[in-house]
Design a protein around this ligand. Structure first.
Ligand SMILES: Nc1ncnc2c1ncn2[C@@H]1O[C@H](COP(=O)(O)OP(=O)(O)OP(=O)(O)O)[C@@H](O)[C@H]1O
Length: 636
């Protein structure tokens, strides 16, 4: 097989996939045992969503089932009257009260069915909304590091897409199952009342079909689990082919045909798998139906024998046939309900697993708050490894930052600057050691109280599909601040002045009247957001990488000007901008190799001095072409 162009062919299945495989591979009995869990989840969600509607659905279904039983008994009365002795007109007249009763019952059932359907239709979207809301609420609080765990991210997508939809579908399954079970009981009891032998007879035909459809569902789910990784690659490839982010480079690199071929390769494998599963399912269903047909024939045979042996009057035999038909329909409807719930219960399991994992990735609420204006931020023997990575990104770090200091984190690509900033601000928790504010371990306080004290200006700021003003205000929506100061300090005022509707222009091309910005313009908006947030700790991670020289100068000037009481952590590769920092921390391969002021570090002549001189010489050299060798030599 050729090496995939997009992603990798996953060799090890994610943990949540194995949970699903256990469920799908454990045979019908275990599968049936998983039903109560799904029914309970759906019912409790329904109950929490709307007690009134849930009660209405239950009562109406129950009533419809009872009416069906009485309908059967009324049918027996009609047939008994019609098949009794005497002249036909007399028999017809005698049957009239039972006929009227039957008509009333049939009409009643139709009304109950309609009302039950209406109550169910009103309940279903509400349950879906409740399930979605529960999930969103849980995921909104999940620790940031969870998004670095590819298994969790995959489970999140699958559980959200399929899990929530499956809950909605299962509501119908549960309601149908309840209704048809009631009808089935009514039919079996009525048949048993007519003759005890008739009760088991009505079940004969449907059991094989039931077993077959359960097996077919298992096959389908197995296939879904096997193809998860491939399906993810398919959706990524499709996004690359049609997405805006890659549109320009795809054309400029003429990568379209290669991506198209990759998409075709993946989708062909998926199509073949789908065909294979459909064939297997058809085979299983065919066998089930053949055996079910045999069961029906045996049922009718036994009924014929009972008539022949005179164990049953003809009128009751007629009712028995109707009871068999009702039971048959009810049983196959129950089976459809069971199948629907079973099929969806496997996906609902994804939803519940997702909720569990989300809670596992969420730091429990302790009720303790982080210091509101930390005087001292300290790292004590901190190490940090990204989930699933063999090597730590940061090792054994010790560092103290004091309130009001400007601290610059410098180092080559991948040295750990961004990761360190995330640890200092409580966005990530260390695997070893402690990150403390005023001596309080951040692991012991509620995460949102830590987040409340920080502002992040990212290199690639979030591009909210909102107005330009709201893109800045989202920095602190709950307590409005001085927008003008943030606009002027970041240069975002110049960006907004050029927008067609000023600050009210929506910054997204997904909307007709929306506008997009250049990378540097977005950085100005991101900086304005950070300034507007006005938090005691500000992290600026390559905040000016895409800005022009004048904007960069202005941005660093305003970062320098902002409140002396605020602690600023700057990450930048342009060392000219960090000379004024109170503390410069130099990272190499996840370790702090130097720290001190600009003058101290230059005097030391170490890594920082080497990097600084390299950059400075690039500007100072009268003719850079004359000595390219020296400029490119790594610092020692
Ligand atoms: N999400 C992630 N999952 C796994 N490893 C990561 C992740 N993000 C970063 N790393 C790894 O952690 C190390 C530190 O990365 P980090 O982004 O902190 O470096 P950096 O110094 O900020 O780099 P740059 O200057 O390029 O922004 C690198 O080896 C990087 O490959």
């Amino acid at each position: 097989m050729t090496r995939p162009l997009v992603g990798v062919d996953e060799v090890t299945a994610p943990d949540w996939l194995q949970i699903g495989q256990q469920a799908a591979g454990s045979g019908l009995r275990t599968a049936l045992r998983s039903l109560p869990g799904a029914v309970t989840l759906v019912s409790s969600l329904a109950w929490r969503t709307s007690r009134r509607l849930t009660l209405a659905v239950v009562v109406l279904q129950l009533a419809a089932g009872c009416v069906a039983a009485f309908g059967l008994l009324a049918t027996a009365d009609v047939l008994t009257a019609l098949l009794a002795g005497g002249p036909t007109p007399d028999r017809l007249v005698a049957a009239l009260p039972a006929v009227a009763q039957l008509v009333a019952l049939l009409s009643g059932r139709a009304i109950l069915d309609a009302l039950g359907g209406a109550a169910q239709s009103a309940l279903r979207p509400r349950i879906e909304q409740a399930a979605q809301h529960e999930l969103h609420r849980a995921v909104a609080d999940v620790s940031l590091i969870a998004f670095e765990d590819s298994e969790y991210v995959d489970l999140l997508r699958q559980g959200q897409e399929r899990g929530v939809r499956s809950i909605e579908i299962s509501v119908r399954g549960v309601a149908d199952l309840a209704k048809s079970m009631i009808q089935l009981v009514a039919a079996v009891v009525t048949a048993g009342l007519l003759h005890p032998l008739l009760a088991p007879l009505v079940l004969f035909a449907v059991v094989p079909e039931m077993l077959a459809s359960a097996r077919a569902v298992q096959l389908q789910y197995y296939s879904f689990l096997r193809m998860v990784s491939l399906r993810r690659r398919q959706s990524i490839a499709s996004g690359l082919l049609t997405g805006r982010a890659t549109a320009a480079e795809m054309r400029a690199c003429t990568a379209g045909p290669a991506l198209l071929a990759e998409y075709l390769r993946i989708s062909t494998r998926l199509t073949k798998e789908a065909q294979r599963v459909e064939m297997a399912k058809s085979g299983v269903n065919l066998v089930g139906r053949a055996v079910a047909g045999l069961g029906t024939a045996i049922g009718f045979g036994v009924l014929g024998l009972m008539l022949y042996a005179d164990w049953l009057p003809l009128a009751l035999a007629g009712t028995a046939v109707m009871a068999m038909r009702l039971a048959g329909t009810a049983l196959s409807n129950s089976m459809a309900g069971v199948t629907q719930i079973y099929e969806n219960s496997l996906y609902i399991e994804l939803y519940t697993t997702l909720l569990e994992q989300t809670r596992r990735h969420t730091t429990p609420v302790t009720g303790k708050t982080a210091p509101s204006d930390p005087r001292r931020i300290s790292l004590e023997a901190v190490s940090f490894t990204y989930p699933g990575q063999p090597e730590p990104a940061l090792r054994d770090l010790n560092l103290v930052i004091r309130k009001g200091q400007t601290v610059a984190l410098v180092g080559e690509n991948g040295s750990g600057k961004t990761t360190l900033a995330k640890l200092l601000t409580g966005l990530y928790a260390p695997n070893e050691g402690r990150v403390c504010w005023n001596g309080i371990d951040l692991a012991t306080v509620d995460a949102h109280t830590v987040h409340d004290r920080i502002a992040i200006v990212a290199q690639d700021p979030a591009r909210w599909p909102m107005s330009a003003y709201d893109n800045i205000r989202i920095g602190r929506l709950e307590s409005p601040n001085d927008l003008d100061q943030a606009l002027a300090g970041s240069g975002a005022d110049e960006v907004i002045a050029e927008l067609p509707a000023g600050g009210d222009t929506v910054l997204s091309r997904e909307f007709k009247a929306g506008r997009d910005l250049s990378g540097g313009q977005w950085q100005r908006i991101g900086l304005a957001r950070g300034l507007y947030r006005d938090a005691p700790i500000l992290v600026a991670d390559e905040p000016t990488a895409a800005m022009d020289a004048r904007a960069e100068q202005a941005a660093f000037d305003s970062l320098r000007r902002i409140g002396t009481g605020r602690t600023k952590i700057l990450i930048t590769h342009r060392l000219v901008n960090v000379r004024y920092a109170d503390l410069i921390v130099v990272l190499e391969h996840g370790r702090i190799v130097e720290q001190g002021s600009h003058t101290e570090l230059l005097a030391r002549g170490g890594v920082y001095a080497g990097l600084y001189e390299l950059q400075a010489s690039a500007y100072l050299s009268p003719d850079p072409r004359a000595e390219p060798e020296r400029l490119l030599r790594p610092a020692n």
